[in-house]
Design a protein around this ligand. Structure first.
Ligand code: HEC
Ligand code: HEC
Length: 168
């Protein structure tokens, strides 16, 4: 009987010792990780200065090209929304009552053709409700494609904040 009690006590002590040691090891590991990798405030965010600074963003401007005077821009990848090669300030904002982009681009007769100096026609995909009726091309622009600038954006000649290595 006495032996059994002793063994039980022994196991309990061993378990306690084990958990204390594990705890200690974990604490040491944490201390180690923190000591090895301090995070500098200048490495947080995109500005690369102290988080207490409020640096002025670099000045940039969009192209002043009026539609019809510029060249088309290369696509970022296959089926990417084409970037806008002309200035759009005069045509914004796009509202429920007015969408100036449609004035030039909503031109079914020109679909599939690209003529220098002329607006590329909005493609069939924008007249198709891909969620509810895929395959059915309608005569009206689908709501999900109404706010053109949600997907199509003009470009400015600026240094990218983050280098992009994406390659299709
Ligand atoms: C006055 C007519 C006109 C208006 C308004 C207009 N565009 Fe354009 N757009 C053009 C022409 C012309 C081109 C062909 C490139 C060029 O010559 O600038 C073009 C090119 C584009 C392209 C590139 C197409 C391709 O094949 O790569 C996109 C995208 C575009 N416009 C989007 C827009 C959006 C979005 C708006 C509204 C904010 C808009 N455009 C308003 C005439 C217009
Ligand atoms: C939800 C995102 C989205 C919206 C909103 C959108 N487009 Fe697009 N657009 C695309 C994508 C993606 C493509 C390329 C794939 C395709 O042709 O469907 C494209 C292609 C185009 C093209 C090129 C057609 C060609 O033959 O090369 C034109 C022009 C265009 N869109 C104009 C517009 C205009 C004008 C509007 C607003 C009335 C608009 N888009 C709204 C995503 C969008």
């Amino acid at each position: 009987m006495k032996i059994t009690v002793n063994v039980a006590a022994n196991t309990k002590t061993k378990q306690m010792l084990k958990s204390v040691l594990t705890g200690l090891a974990l604490t040491l590991m944490c201390v180690n990780v923190q000591a090895a990798k301090p995070v500098k405030d200048s490495s947080l965010g995109l500005s690369k200065t102290s988080v207490n600074d409020s640096p002025a963003p670099e000045k940039f401007s969009y192209s002043n090209n009026f539609p019809g005077t510029g060249n088309l821009l290369p696509r970022a990848y296959l089926n990417a929304p084409p970037q806008i090669p002309h200035n759009i300030e005069a045509f914004l904002p796009v509202t429920a009552k007015s969408n100036n982009c449609k004035m030039c681009h909503d031109n079914r007769a020109m679909q599939g053709k690209k003529v220098k100096g002329q607006a590329t026609a909005i493609p069939d995909s924008h007249y198709t409700d891909l969620r509810h009726a895929p395959g059915k091309v309608t005569t009206e622009l689908i709501g999900a494609r109404y706010v053109c600038t949600q997907c199509h954006v003009p470009q400015a000649n600026v240094k990218p904040l983050v280098t992009n290595t994406f390659n299709d």
